[in-house]
Design a protein around this ligand. Structure first.
Ligand code: IMP
Length: 193
């Protein structure tokens, strides 16, 4: 689903909010997100009926998305989180990917779905995919709440896309601005007010 910042979502007409020291305007309401997640969840459920998929959420940003998405998937599955940091500048992807930690499962011959908050340049995801393939997974797909197609620098395919957005900084629903805003229950985009 492609989303323009000139969306007709009523949330767009609400007042901007201050997160730390920048203003953000509403981009996607929690209702719109929930509706999209229900759709994605059903697709994933249908694709992995008898496969005992392993869902891997990428911390910190995916913790809200992952928790909500898996509750729309009613088949046997395993779930794990990994953590690393690639976004150290306040509003710019550093492109530096650090070591992946937290994965204790045997990945050999597993069908894996990586659950990510946002695919921006794709630097992070390329490393994660390489790591998982090296560990012998049967196959791996990506579920991303948001994708910024014009920022993408790698040839990666995101099978389960929540929303495609413009190349603008967003916050809320797990995503942060300098550590702030993860607890917002909907998504906001930086505003130039
Ligand atoms: P990538 O490696 O450039 O694809 O960046 C992936 C990570 O950067 C995401 O998992 C987020 O943590 C962070 N990121 C990218 N864009 C945004 C944004 O607009 N808001 C908040 N975090 C972002």
């Amino acid at each position: 689903m492609t989303l323009s910042t000139a969306s007709s979502d009523p949330a767009d007409h609400a007042a901007p909010i201050l997160v730390k020291d920048r203003y953000f305007k509403p981009l996607l309401s929690k209702e719109a997100i929930a509706q999209r997640l229900a759709h994605l969840g059903k697709r994933i459920e249908a694709d992995y009926q008898n496969d005992l998929p392993l869902f891997i959420g990428v911390l910190n940003g995916s913790f809200v998305f992952a928790a909500d998405l898996v509750r729309y998937i009613a088949i046997p599955c395993h779930f794990s989180f990994v953590k690393y940091a690639s976004y150290q500048d306040k509003m710019q992807s550093s492109g530096v990917v650090q070591e992946l930690i937290g994965l204790n499962e045997n990945l050999s011959n597993r069908r894996v779905v990586v659950i990510e908050d946002i695919v921006d340049t794709g630097n992070t995801m390329v490393k994660i995919l390489a790591y998982l393939r090296e560990k012998g997974v049967e196959d791996v797909e990506i579920a991303a709440l948001l994708v910024k197609p014009t920022a993408l620098q790698h040839d990666i395919s995101v099978k389960y896309v929540g929303f495609e957005i413009e190349n603008q900084f967003v916050v809320g629903y797990g995503l942060d601005y300098d550590g702030y805003g993860r607890n917002l229950d909907s998504l906001y985009v930086v505003s130039d007010l």
